[in-house]
Write a protein that binds this ligand. Structure first.
Ligand code: GDP
Length: 199
């Protein structure tokens, strides 16, 4: 079992040689700027200000690596989809993501989307990146607390599945980084993925 309270920032990577390549499982988080990626990581780790919330959107084209209990990494991919980003920055994003995905280091992919909205074009592209790895992949539908009606929640999950073209074996987990809904389910998947790779 991973002790998630034992988490440590390792480094911000901007190129391949910065990626840790030591066979520890890598649990990878991706999402559009402002979707609540930092809040989700903090919630899962039971920390308040570990991954920085409210990171200036579009200003962070690097991949943050956190070591968890010396047994796994949480990998925080740079947020995407921020409108005011220059073409050169967008290109840097694409190149870095391509380099990371080509490295074959991913153990489990976790994409965070906003449960209130239909996934964007960028969300669709990101999901394709993950699906193409053929590694375990889950989608977190965040900000559940902002949807009141059960029927709306169910309908939105369906739209997320359809828009991201998710195969049936990819779970979509209703989540609130604010309130903690879905946390246990996600942690269970992370623990399982980390153990599978360890063995
Ligand atoms: P990031 O850019 O994806 O890392 O997003 P942040 O974690 O910085 O969150 C962006 C904003 O959304 C912040 O104001 C958070 O407080 C808010 N937020 C994140 N998750 C949730 C959630 O589950 N529910 C609600 N109501 N707000 C959230």
């Amino acid at each position: 079992m991973l002790n998630l309270h034992n988490a440590e920032f390792i480094r911000s990577a901007v190129k391949q040689s910065d990626f840790p390549d030591d066979n520890l499982p890598q649990i990878v988080f991706a999402g559009k700027s402002n979707v609540g990626k930092s809040s989700t990581i903090n919630k899962l780790l039971g920390r308040k200000n570990f991954a920085r919330v409210g990171n200036q959107p579009g200003k962070t084209v690097h991949i943050n690596f956190f070591e968890i209990d010396k047994k796994a990494y949480f990998v925080d991919l740079p947020g995407y989809g921020y409108a005011k980003v220059s073409k050169s920055e967008r290109d840097r994003w694409g190149k870095l993501i391509d380099t990371y995905f080509s490295s074959g280091l991913i153990t489990l992919g976790i994409q965070i989307v906003d449960m209130r909205h239909k996934p964007t074009k960028d969300d669709q592209t990101m999901a394709r990146w993950f699906l193409s790895t053929e590694m375990p992949f889950i989608v977190i539908a965040n900000k559940l607390d902002k949807l009141r009606r059960k029927s709306e929640r169910e309908e939105n999950i369906k739209v997320i599945r359809e828009t991201l073209l998710l195969p049936d074996d990819v779970p979509v987990i209703a989540f609130s980084a604010e309130k903690g809904d879905g946390k246990e389910e996600v942690l269970e998947i992370i623990q399982k993925a980390a153990e599978t790779q360890e063995a």
